[in-house]
Each structure stands twice: as structure tokens, then as C-alpha cells.
Design a protein around this ligand. Structure first.
Ligand SMILES: Nc1ncnc2c1ncn2[C@@H]1O[C@H](COP(=O)(O)OP(=O)(O)O)[C@@H](O)[C@H]1O
Ligand SMILES: [Mg+2]
Length: 236
């Protein structure tokens, strides 16, 4: 099963250290969040997990396997799906072609994602299945990026600021899919986002970062109660 475990992860960009010993554990089937102000190291944590920015020290284990030194493509093949910040779709392929392009069922999921199932999840995309991705709105491109990650049938899905800058109605649609479809289906997810109230509904466990370290973790109830922590670390 898809347990993800980071211990003492330290990561640099050139000479400047950004992560100072990140510890977090996400149990199989859990939905977790990583929150914190801008520049605290959330994206760098995810890039370290994915092997895109190599951690200099620490341990990163997925399914009990050490992945810290694996190349990025191997980490993706182990079943970690990643939706990076920004819009990551092929602009000159249609919605349908974008989804077909990433389809894979490496780990023999009994109920693999299909183009039809992804389009059912996001009706806005279904209406635009034949359109070039570059003609979609920002929110629709984000839905497509999530759909592309699902088409790889990931054991573990990471979403980095998937709703950043989107209109509230579109944001709510994406959150609803996370809460009512993916979480319900037992998909393990790490969500990076900035809205504790919404995240408390969607996720089981929360990690808060400041200056390259996890400074707080707890369940949704603890998150909602701790207004001082929210104010201090999340600026809420
Ligand atoms: N490619 C890079 N080169 C140098 N410094 C970077 C790079 N990317 C991010 N940083 C720095 O690392 C720190 C953490 O950034 P990041 O992980 O993107 O934070 P977050 O995702 O929490 O906003 C910031 O101080 C940022 O300026
Ligand atoms: Mg970031």
C-alpha cells in the first residue's frame, strides 16, 4: 500500500539550503495536506519526493522502498502522480488526446481510470473533449492536469496549489471532486493548498511548514480549533 514517509529531508538549490529536516508520514489511503505561507518550502518538499530536486540528506520512503536516490522517471513509475504548480497540459492536443497520452495501469488497478470516467468527474471537460487544451480556461486546464495524473492510475497523488488563482466556483468544483470522488474511492493524496477550512473537510491529516521544516501537524479537528496556529503560520 501507498505509505509515504519523509525523515530529516534536507534540500538545497545550489549553495542555499531550503529544507532543514522535513519529517512527515502519510499512511496508506490517507488524504493529507501541506500548508504554509509562500516560500516556506512546500514545492521543494514535493520536488524532493519526485526526485526533481534531489534531497542532499534524509530518507524518503514510498511503499517501504527508499526512493531518495532514484531518478524522477522511476519514482513516477512506482505510482506517484504529480500535478505541479501552474498549468501542465499539452496545449496543442485536444482534451481527449491529453488524457489518452498519459494512460497507464502499471500496477494493475482493478478499476482503472478511463477517458470516460475522467470526463464524468469534470463535466466542464466533457463539454470540451474535442477542443485544444490551449483554448480552455485556467480552471479547466487545471481539471485536465488532474485528469492526466489520474489516467496514470497513481497509488499516490500529489497536487501542488491546484486551485491557486482560480475563481471560487471552479475551486469549489475541484475541491468537491477531491472530497466526494477521490477520497471516497480511497485515493491517497497530498494536497498543497492555502485554505484550512476547505482542507479540514477534504483531508484526514495536516502538515504545516515554516522555513523548511514541519512546525505543526494534526487532524482536521485540531487544525480548526487552533486559530493561533492558523494566524501564525497560515496568515488566516
Ligand atoms: N529554483 C530555485 N532556485 C533557488 N531558490 C529557489 C528555487 N525554487 C525555490 N527557491 C527558494 O526556496 C524557498 C522555498 O520555495 P518553495 O519550495 O517554492 O516554497 P513554497 O512552495 O512553500 O512557496 C524560497 O525561498 C524560494 O525562493
Ligand atoms: Mg509552491
Amino acid at each position: 500500500m501507498s505509505k509515504l514517509e519523509l525523515q530529516g529531508v534536507e534540500t538545497y538549490y545550489g549553495p542555499s539550503q531550503v529544507l532543514f529536516g522535513v519529517d512527515l508520514v502519510i499512511e496508506p489511503g490517507e488524504v493529507a495536506t501541506l500548508m504554509g505561507r509562500n516560500g516556506m518550502g512546500k514545492t521543494t518538499t514535493v520536488r524532493s519526493i519526485m526526485g526533481l530536486t534531489r534531497a542532499a540528506r534524509g530518507r524518503i520512503r514510498f511503499d517501504e522502498q527508499e526512493i531518495l536516490t532514484l531518478p524522477a522517471y522511476r519514482i513516477a513509475q512506482l505510482g506517484i502522480g504529480y500535478v505541479p504548480e501552474g498549468r501542465q497540459v499539452f496545449p496543442n492536443l485536444t482534451v481527449q488526446e491529453n488524457l489518452v497520452a498519459t494512460a497507464a495501469n502499471r500496477h494493475g488497478s482493478a478499476d482503472p481510470w478511463t477517458v470516460e470516467r475522467v470526463l464524468a468527474l469534470f463535466p466542464r471537460l466533457a463539454e470540451r473533449a474535442g477542443q485544444y487544451a490551449r483554448t480552455l480556461s485556467g480552471g479547466e486546464q487545471q481539471m485536465l492536469a488532474i485528469g492526466r495524473a489520474l489516467m496514470t492510475n497513481p497509488k499516490f497523488l500529489i497536487l501542488d496549489e491546484a486551485t491557486e488563482g482560480l475563481a471560487p466556483t471552479i475551486r469549489d468544483e475541484i475541491w468537491a471532486v477531491l472530497e466526494h470522488n477521490l477520497k471516497q474511492a480511497g485515493q491517497a493524496i497530498l494536497v498543497i493548498d492555502k485554505h484550512p477550512k476547505a482542507m479540514a473537510r477534504i483531508a484526514d491529516r495536516h502538515f504545516v511548514m515554516e522555513k523548511g521544516q514541519i512546525v505543526w501537524s494534526g487532524d482536521s479537528q485540531a487544525l480548526l480549533i487552533d486559530e493561533a496556529m492558523q494566524e501564525r503560520y497560515l496568515g488566516v
